[in-house]
Design a protein around this ligand. Structure first.
Ligand code: NAD
Ligand code: DAU
Length: 353
């Protein structure tokens, strides 16, 4: 995608965690673009995430559901988007175990709706691009060794990853069958500001502040590869503008941590931040029943995006975690808003409080 030509871009899921960082980056970097953020504002979507860009001339917000076919077709026929960056999804593995159907609806049906509407636009615009944001979880689980590469076979284990794998297959199938120009990227675990406190890092920061238990699943010897969300947003910008159509890019942090080691690191950083004696937060660690179908290890080989597009993470894990912790302390209002109402019910059910 040529940067200097004005264009209209649809970003779905822009009020969520990663989406809000992508929207902010595009609004700031590309004043010649019209950025439309489409989001249903589920429990995970929050316009507070974007209050600094809401009055910017090149930005607009549309509330709507990607599973609503008529609404999507109407939106696409009124706006001749040149590109779609698709992030809207149900994103939490634990929720997918208790309610798989809503993951099929949003992640599969919603994606197919967007693909169908995109076909019309692509017919009249040879430069059109559908950029699908996906996850490394589609590859399943690694053993102690090895890395996920772009050609690693798909082997999803949770309803969440099965729904994302299915959406990836639909995107590729539309590329093959209807020649829809597309790119897919599969990224590892993100962390950073604005992440809903149901995922490991923000949940544990929240619980340490509140002196609540830190529920480590199983023995805690599960490994994830962590990437700072702003580095992911930069990668998405690069792939959108310089990626090759019809290709997949793996994006990761080169940063593997066992959950228990990460939890202990977080505890030490939080003790410092809260001026508590070292070891205080670690006492909150509670080993709980394991997640069913829990994938042992994820780790990305990001050498393709590194070699072809020159991308690499810019923030070390220590810097990223400190910035994240600072953000949650400076944004206690945000944390208060998102953890009121439905969240409390979810939390009680999840941890049988
Ligand atoms: P999130 O849950 O924080 O945000 C999802 C957003 O999508 C929310 O704003 C929500 O309101 C919106 N949404 C949900 N259902 C919708 C619907 N039916 N119609 C319109 N909008 C809807 O998710 P996230 O963590 O920011 O993830 C964004 C994308 O990146 C997802 O596709 C996810 O699979 C992928 N991803 C996430 C990670 C991660 O670590 N968080 C890693 C790799 C890939
Ligand atoms: O790998 C990319 C994926 O990372 C994304 O596609 C998903 O959208 C995102 O949610 C994330 O999935 P995970 O399941 O890896 O993230 P989560 O933060 O839920 O869990 C991280 C690890 O910590 C995992 O091994 C489960 C464990 N865990 C999680 C929670 C919430 C715990 O031990 N206790 C917890 O309370």
């Amino acid at each position: 995608m040529e940067k200097n030509i004005p264009k209209s871009i649809l970003i779905t899921g822009g009020a969520g965690f990663i989406g809000s960082h992508v929207v902010r980056r595009f609004v700031a970097q590309y004043s010649n673009y019209k950025i439309v953020n489409l989001d249903a504002l589920t429990y995970a979507g929050n316009l507070e995430n974007l209050k600094d860009v809401q009055n910017t001339a090149n930005y607009s917000f549309v509330k709507g559901d990607i599973t609503d076919t008529d609404f999507i077709n109407d939106l696409f026929s009124r706006n001749k988007f040149d590109g779609v960056i698709h992030l809207a999804a149900e994103s939490h593995v634990d929720r997918s175990i208790s309610d798989p159907l809503s993951f099929v609806r949003t992640n599969v049906l919603g994606t197919v709706n967007l693909l169908n509407a995109s076909l019309e636009l692509a017919k009249n615009n040879p430069n059109f691009l559908f950029y699908h944001i996906s996850t490394d979880e589609v590859y399943g689980s690694l053993g102690e060794k090895g890395l996920f590469k772009e050609n690693t076979p798909y082997n999803p284990n949770s309803p969440y990853s099965a729904s994302k794998a299915s959406s990836d297959h639909f995107v590729r199938a539309y590329g093959e069958t209807y020649k829809l120009p597309y790119i897919i990227s599969n990224c590892s675990n993100n962390y950073g500001p604005n992440q809903f406190p149901e995922k490991l890092i923000p949940l544990f920061i929240h619980n340490i502040i509140q002196n609540k238990p830190l529920p480590v699943y199983g023995d805690g010897n599960y490994t994830r590869d962590w990437l700072y969300v702003k580095d992911h947003a930069e990668a998405i910008d690069l792939v959108f503008h310089q990626g090759k159509k019809g290709e997949t890019y793996n994006i990761g942090g080169f940063n593997e941590w066992k959950n228990i080691d990460l939890t202990r690191l977080l505890c030490r950083l939080m003790d410092k931040k809260l001026n508590r004696a070292e070891g205080t937060s670690e006492k909150l660690i509670t080993f709980v029943k394991d997640r069913p179908g829990h994938d042992l290890r994820y780790a990305i080989d990001a050498s393709k995006i590194n070699k072809e597009l020159g991308w690499e993470p810019s923030v070390t894990f220590e810097e990223g975690l400190e910035q994240t912790i600072d953000w949650y302390f400076e944004n206690k209002d945000w944390l208060g808003h998102v953890t009121s109402g439905d969240y409390l019910e979810y939390y009680k059910k999840q941890y049988q409080e």
